[in-house]
Design a protein around this ligand. Structure first.
Ligand code: LRH
Ligand code: MN
Ligand code: MN
Length: 427
């Protein structure tokens, strides 16, 4: 379903005067602090986060799956759904494909459709955590780490195929996440598993084009529950360094043991110039893939504070990052959920842009711990939503994306078009 620009403009009219008073109030407050409000709005407007092709349907858990209705049944329909999200928010100008869940049947046609919606192709994700029908050698006991060369070779070849496909689409990064590991002590020889993984990654790396990045994602556990080969950022960084300068670590916010200080990991990777990108989501217990900012919005802000400080203001040579949402939607409409995630990510970014870094540096130098906290929380507690709204209006988006989505009955229309009992591919 295409959303007409006129519909957005019309809907915005009813909300414009309230927005104007909100932004006037905030602008004068920020200007008094010496902040350049127009510059901040431009920065928010430029910030784009990729939507994963597997997040447009209701995900479910291993215990059950409940269709939301009108779910996309093809890659084309997924791009159309992202088109809706991008038309309303103007912050989702990219899609990240998971292969082979979403192989385009006609590359040129899919590129045309995506560009019609102003959507670029971000990182392509390979999948060696599932066997495909008729696969000659299994990944049951691992892919890039497998003790059998045939399984390793198959997994390497799959990654090479994904690079080729991504290249045709205009992607500039390959994300590798491995389920490889062991569920029981003694199942794997740790050193051999790590060695095989490094060797396989090096072979994949040798096919990475010069203007690409290889992103290595880590995760402490699941689906293996005793050990995971790439269990943490340190292992990922070590493997990336073992490949070469185009290899980087990818941080999925849900891939940490409870209470891990993710913002410190971000800072360390930035210092090394090895931070490759993010999979945004939120979690309370494990890899819960919940809506960004729904559980720990302060953590998200602290991560963006490190990004703003470590990339914009104190660049240590880290390349531009790949930003993606990696969430799953069991009880909410995925399109609404993704728009909520985008809003939370942008809020954290905007709040981080407000941090008085000079004052913070002075307070740190004075070991004035209370003041350090005051400075951070002054920014975090600012209601930055008018800045996000201003950026959306400037870019042709909606003042209230979820409001207009509901008012236009987008989901009901999708159900009419696609049916009630639909199943989207992917997780
Ligand atoms: C693994 C993961 C990884 C996969 C995606 C579907 O938990 O985060 O990024 O590609 O989920
Ligand atoms: Mn992920
Ligand atoms: Mn995950």
């Amino acid at each position: 379903m295409n959303i007409d620009k006129e519909q957005i403009v019309d809907n915005n009219k009813q909300l414009l005067s309230e927005h104007q008073s909100n932004i006037d109030f905030l602008s004068s407050k920020l200007a008094n602090k010496g902040l350049d409000v127009d510059e901040i709005i431009c920065r928010i407007e430029d910030f784009q986060v990729a939507i994963p092709s597997w997040a447009l349907g209701a995900g479910g858990t291993r215990f059950g799956r409940f269709s939301i209705g009108g779910e996309p049944g093809s890659l084309e329909e997924k791009i159309e759904d992202i088109g809706v999200i991008h038309a309303l928010t103007r912050t989702a100008g990219a899609v990240s494909l998971h292969i082979p869940w979403d192989i385009p049947s006609d590359i040129n046609a899919i590129k045309e459709l995506a560009s019609l919606h102003s959507i670029a192709f971000d990182a392509v994700n390979s999948n060696t955590f599932q066997d495909q029908v008729g696969q000659a050698y299994s990944y049951k006991y691992g892919s890039l780490c497998n003790v059998h060369q045939q399984s390793r070779d198959l997994a390497i070849q799959h990654n090479l195929d994904v690079i080729k496909l991504g290249d045709q689409l205009g992607s500039k990064a390959l994300t590798v996440w491995l389920a490889d590991g062991a569920s029981f002590p003694g199942q794997n020889n740790f050193r051999k598993a790590l060695h095989n993984t490094q060797d396989s990654l090096q072979q994949i790396y040798s096919a990475i084009p010069d203007d690409w990045k290889l992103l290595i994602e880590y995760k402490p556990y699941e689906p293996n529950f005793y050990s995971t080969v790439i269990q943490d950022w340190g292992t990922s960084l070590m493997l990336a360094e073992g490949c070469g300068e185009k290899a980087h670590t990818l941080v999925d916010l849900g891939h940490h043991l409870p209470n891990t200080n993710i913002e410190q990991i971000v800072s360390t990777l930035l210092t090394k110039g090895r931070l490759g990108g993010f999979h945004f989501n939120d979690s309370k217990y494990g890899d819960d893939d919940l809506t960004c900012g729904s559980i720990k919005p302060y953590q998200l802000f602290l991560i963006f504070n490190e990004l703003v400080w470590g990339m914009d203001q104190n660049d240590a040579g880290n390349p531009p990052l790949s930003w993606m949402i990696d969430a799953s939607h069991n009880v909410k409409d995925p399109i609404e959920d993704l728009m909520q995630s985008l809003e939370a990510i942008n809020m954290a970014y905007a709040q981080a842009l407000l941090v008085d870094q000079k004052a913070l540096a002075h307070a740190q130098a004075d070991s004035d711990v209370s003041l350090c906290q005051e400075i951070l929380q002054e920014a975090y507690r600012t209601d930055v939503r008018p800045l996000l709204t201003a950026a959306r209006i400037k870019a042709g988006g909606a003042i209230d994306p979820i409001g207009i989505y509901r008012e236009l009955g987008v989901r009901q229309n999708l159900i009419k078009q696609r049916g009630q009992n639909t199943v989207a591919t992917g997780l």
